[in-house]
Design a binder for this molecule. Structure first.
Ligand SMILES: Nc1ncnc2c1ncn2[C@@H]1O[C@H](COP(=O)(O)OP(=O)(O)OP(=O)(O)O)[C@@H](O)[C@H]1O
Ligand SMILES: [Mg+2]
Length: 290
């Protein structure tokens, strides 16, 4: 059993790039499914640089008379020996037609484990009208991808709170892109709640290889970005295969809801603090000024 869904709250933290990178680094055959309701296929435009027509994808799966597993197999594009890719909707309008697909697709994806295949889904941003909610809920692991700056954490926190309150996802994890910019991944996880499932370093040049099909530099494979993807892929694969949850962290610090911290006009973020402490200190300052 290994269906892993990646999504974000806002701000393009790197869901598509990380999903692609994890698929490439995955230790066994994997199907990468683009279910971002924005449409337009970031992977056909990016990795493939538009060289492949968007002539097939989830819409064909949704409307074919063939069984979902058969048509899914037919529309999947080979990316490497182990990675196959199913393009998403061509546009956000087309994405509206996919509502009826998520349930049968979730069933088929769950069954792929029996034939030795894992699945990574790029679900795009949460909260969109055409979000593939059922895939998010039924995945073996659903990863909220975030950066660690306060605007990113503010956006992610409302979703993390909702997930914790409703328990809608079977198992949630946090995947941090750019730890230490400015806050640590552990600090972000402590603030947000879901256990930390992986970190990918901030590496714009290396990320552009997967995001835009840029030529990799000579050290790409040995660099921190590719190494972290391999380590995270190995770890996630092991965890979903054994049903082990991501490492439990300290529970989230209850912070005042819907409060935006005062703008730090006169100070740089303190990289040694965790964001929960910064948040609380900002709230204290505001209260002191009131
Ligand atoms: N690890 C990383 N380090 C630095 N930059 C990154 C990293 N991962 C992705 N990026 C960059 O972040 C930008 C957004 O990446 P990407 O499209 O993967 O994000 P996304 O979360 O899927 O966005 P969207 O919500 O718009 O679909 C791109 O410029 C990409 O190259
Ligand atoms: Mg994306």
């Amino acid at each position: 059993m290994a269906v892993i869904v990646l999504c974000s709250a806002s701000g393009s933290p790197g869901v598509t790039t990380t999903a692609f990178g994890l698929a490439v680094a995955w230790p066994r055959p994997i199907l990468l499914v683009e279910a971002d309701p924005v449409g337009g296929s970031a992977i056909l435009a990016g990795w493939f640089q538009g060289a492949r027509d968007h002539d097939t994808g989830l819409l064909e799966v949704a409307f074919s008379a063939e069984p979902v597993d058969e048509v899914l197999n037919r529309v999947a594009v080979q990316i490497s020996d182990t990675v196959r890719f199913v393009p998403g909707a061509r546009s956000h309008i087309e994405a509206r037609e996919l509502g009826g697909l998520w349930e049968p697709l979730a069933d088929v994806l769950a069954g792929l484990d029996a034939v030795g295949q894992d699945v990574i889904v790029d679900a795009g941003r949460l909260g969109m009208a055409e979000s593939p909610e059922l895939l998010l809920q039924r995945a073996d692991l659903t990863l909220l991808v975030t950066r660690t700056d306060l605007p990113a954490l503010a956006a992610t926190r409302s979703h993390a709170d909702l997930i914790a309150r409703t328990g809608l996802w079977r198992r949630a994890g946090l995947l941090v892109v750019g730890p230490g910019r400015p806050y640590s991944a552990r600090g972000a996880a402590k603030l947000l709640g879901p256990p930390l499932a992986g970190t990918i370093p901030f590496a714009p040049k290396d990320a552009a290889v997967y995001h835009q099909g840029a030529a990799p530099g000579p050290w790409f494979r040995m660099g921190a970005f590719a190494r972290s993807l391999r380590a995270t892929a190995r770890d996630l694969h092991a965890r979903v295969a054994t049903g082990t949850p991501p490492a439990a962290l300290v529970p989230a610090v209850p912070a005042a809801p819907n409060q935006v911290p005062a703008r730090a006009v006169d100070r740089e973020p303190d990289r040694t603090s965790d964001p929960a402490a910064v948040w609380t200190a900002a709230a204290d300052r505001r209260r002191g000024q009131a």
